[in-house]
Design a protein around this ligand. Structure first.
Ligand code: 13P
Length: 339
C-alpha cells in the first residue's frame, strides 16, 4: 500500500493501540533519572529507551508509534541496531519531537510561546530520511488569574498551524499538541472553558494554513480539575466533559485524538480514557500518547540496573496493555474479571 498522510494517521490510531511519548528533552529526562538516582548520560538514556523498545509484546500489540527526541532518533542499540529499526521491526512507527521548547512570552507574564519554526522544513526532511513518519509540537497553556490571554492562544495556535503545514509538505503527519496544564487550582469547568477556546482558535488557524485534517492527529489534555483544586471530578465526569468539549470544537475529519497524561496518576490516565471509550458516540478514535503514565512504573522498576530490565519490561507491558484495553473501553471489565 502506498504510504499517505492519511494512512499513517490511521495507523497511529489503530484499534487497541496508542503512542509511547519517549521524547523527553535532555532536561526532562535528567529530572526523571534524578528520581531513581541514575546519572543521565547518552548511554544511560540509550539503555533505558532500548529496554522499552525491546519490550516486544508491548510494542507489537499496544504501541502504534513512538515519539523520539533528536538524540534518540540517531542512536544505536548496544548491538549496533539503530533504535529506529527496533521500533519499525515491532511494527510501530517512529516519530519525532520538533519544537525546541516553550519560552516566556514577552509582555505576557506567566505565559509561554513554543519555538522551533526557523529551519524546520530542512530538519523535517532530515528526520524523514532518518525514518520519522510523524512529528510532535507542544504548546503550553497555563491557567491562572487573568491567563491565558487570547494573544497567547492565538500566537501558539499560529505556530502549531505553521508547523503542521511544514510537516505535511515533508510527508510527515503532525501531532498538534495544545496542552492546557493541570497544575493550577482551577476547577473542571474552568478547564472546559479554556480548552474549548484553545481548540476553537487552533482549528481556525489550521484551516487558515490549509492543513489537511485527515492527515493530522490531535494531542490534547483531558478536561479535568487542576491538581490543586479541592474538588476533583469523577472519571465519568472527566469523560463526559471531555467528550462534550471536543464535540463542540474538533472536526470529525480528524482521525484520532491521543491524550497526554499531563501528571495524572497511571491509573487515572487509564480510567479516564476507558470511561470515554465506554461512553462512545464520537467520530474520532480516542487513544493515548502518554509519557509519564506509561513510563513511571518501568522507570522505577529498572532503576538503572541491567538485571532489572525484565522487571522494567514487565511494568511497561502492563501499562501498555491496560491503556490498550482502555482505547476499547474494555479496561474496567478486564480488571473485574481478573479480580
Ligand atoms: P505526559 O503523558 O507525561 O504528559 O507526556 C506526554 C507528552 O508528550 C507531553 O508533551
Amino acid at each position: 500500500m502506498t504510504e499517505t498522510l492519511e494512512s499513517i494517521a490511521q495507523a497511529m490510531v489503530a484499534s487497541g493501540k496508542g503512542i509511547l511519548a519517549a521524547d523527553e528533552s535532555s532536561g526532562t529526562i535528567k529530572k526523571r533519572f534524578d528520581s531513581i538516582n541514575v546519572e543521565s548520560t547518552a548511554d544511560s538514556r540509550r539503555d533505558y529507551r532500548e529496554m522499552l523498545f525491546r519490550t516486544e509484546e508491548a510494542m507489537k500489540k499496544y504501541i502504534s508509534g513512538v515519539i523520539l527526541y533528536d538524540e534518540t532518533i540517531r542512536q544505536k542499540a548496544k548491538d549496533g541496531t539503530p533504535l529506529v529499526d527496533l521500533i519499525r521491526k515491532a511494527g510501530s512507527i517512529p516519530g519525532i519531537k520538533v519544537d525546541t521548547g516553550a519560552t516566556d512570552m514577552p509582555g505576557f507574564p506567566g505565559e509561554k510561546i513554543t519555538e522551533g519554526l526557523d529551519g524546520l522544513g530542512k530538519r523535517l526532511a532530515e528526520y524523514y530520511d532518518l525514518g520519522a513518519r510523524f512529528a510532535k509540537w507542544r504548546a503550553v497553556i497555563d491557567i491562572a488569574a487573568g491567563i491565558p490571554t487570547r494573544t497567547c492562544l492565538e500566537a501558539n495556535a499560529e505556530a502549531l498551524a505553521r508547523y503542521a503545514a511544514l510537516c505535511q509538505q515533508a510527508k510527515i503527519v503532525p501531532i498538534v499538541e495544545p496542552e492546557v496544564l493541570m497544575d493550577g487550582g482551577h476547577d473542571i469547568d474552568r478547564c472546559f472553558e479554556v480548552t474549548e477556546e484553545t481548540l476553537r482558535i487552533l482549528f481556525d488557524r489550521l484551516a487558515a494554513h490549509r492543513v489537511r485534517l485527515e492527515g493530522t492527529v490531535l494531542k490534547p489534555n483531558m478536561v479535568i480539575a487542576g491538581k490543586k483544586c479541592g474538588k476533583q471530578a469523577s472519571a465519568e465526569e472527566v469523560a463526559e466533559k471531555t467528550i462534550a468539549c471536543f464535540k463542540r470544537t474538533v472536526p470529525a475529519s480528524i482521525p484520532g485524538i491521543v491524550f497526554l497524561s499531563g501528571g495524572q496518576s497511571d491509573e487515572d490516565a487509564t480510567a479516564h480514557l476507558n470511561a470515554m471509550n465506554a461512553i462512545g458516540g464520537f467520530p474520532w478514535k480516542m487513544s493515548f500518547s502518554y509519557g509519564r503514565a506509561l513510563q513511571a512504573a518501568p522507570l522505577k522498576a529498572w532503576s538503572g540496573e541491567t538485571q532489572n530490565v525484565p522487571a522494567g519490561q514487565k511494568a511497561f507491558l502492563h501499562r501498555a496493555k491496560m491503556n490498550g484495553l482502555a482505547t476499547l473501553g474494555d479496561w474496567k471489565a478486564a480488571l473485574e474479571k481478573a479480580a
